[in-house]
Design a binder for this molecule. Sequence first.
Ligand code: PLP
Length: 443
Amino acid sequence: MSHVFPRHCHADLPTAVAGAGCYLIDRDGRRYFDGSGGAAVSCLGHGDPAITEAIKDQLDKLAFAHTGFFTSEPAEALADLLIAHAPLGIDRVYFTSGGSEATEAAIKLARQYFVERGQPQRRHLIARRQSYHGNTLGALAAGGNEWRRAQFGPLLIEVSHIAPCYEYRERREGESPEAYGLRAAQELEDEILRLGPDTVMAFIAEPVVGATAGAVPAVAGYFRRIREICDRHGVLLILDEVMCGMGRTGHLFACEHDGISPDILCIAKGLGAGYQPIGAMLCSGQIYDTIAGGSGFFQHGHTYIGHPVATAAGLAVVGAILERELIPRVQRLGAQLDAALHGRFAQHPHVGDIRGRGLFRGIELVADRETRAPLDPALKTAAKLKAAAFEAGLICYPMAGTIDGRRGDHILLAPPFVMDDSQISEITDRLATAMEAVLGPQA
Ligand code: PLP
């Protein structure tokens, strides 16, 4: 028995010993197709020699230099590369070691920005009920899962939660997607007005909701209206692209699809592709200039921000995504995966919705397709599917996620961008085996 403290204390997990392309291999030699890139992390697959070389080179040159004294070459180069491709107005990069650190930094930056602008009354954060922003206390407070927050309630900052943009469940019969998007966005304005516009500092949302909901994009026009509402009331827009960013949806930044720029943008997972722990919070020049021209010091920080080896990995990963033209590949393979999932599962009696963008796809499971009633949480369908898929040699990310903040079951797929066309059927075949084992035969 090892002394590792696993997330599930009684889980008897296999020991991963190797990774090759889209596969992970355990100590007994079993191979698993990494159909979710872990949790939408491994966008380049495993064992990519260009990335491991870049890491080794950096280790040989410089492993660590504290950011209180130095910046480093890979951190500077990665920041420049990200800004060269970032949405309009985004001008600075603050590195972190992961996603929760990025969203936590975003919340604190929003607050400090208003304090430095002489508006200390702006303290309210608004988020959506269907969202996950991380597990540190600020990020957890922002997240929409009631069940994740429940036992930590007394420790959390106050955050307002509004409805997500969730077409499958919330669009009314006869309502156009556009009209629904405007109605959903209006909830933000209503909440800002309820709280008092000059007391609200920021709104945070995932452009495509990942872990809690199974790749739910907003309808066209929703985020443009959200941007307008934020601008009208001087509220900062924070987009959390920790899961959906870095090419996953078929754009380097997911918000490109919605045609908007946020004030603060969080990325992680695909930035290091699993080769190193790294995330980043990007912000507008206006926010940076306010702090630079004010106190001159962002009252935040962690020992490992801008770590040379982590940023060298990030630089090699983003370089690979761009130079190997993986984004058009994600668009092409994503369309094929979507078609294959529809072909295989659209008629399944427990499949309510198949959705997503690029290589970020979700399947929502229901008890009844007509009524869209969720499965009974006591059945623990998501957990059983995860186990059955694993048994069938497929890593996917089924979650007891959220339907309006509560539990519901979905499967999230986020395979490596480097997979090839023939591997799509490997995903659908193995998933079909798991679905049959847990939910019974299709017909
Ligand atoms: N934000 C989103 C959208 C995420 O999906 C996650 C992780 O799943 C996080 C933040 C937290 O990132 P991390 O687990 O790297 O702290």
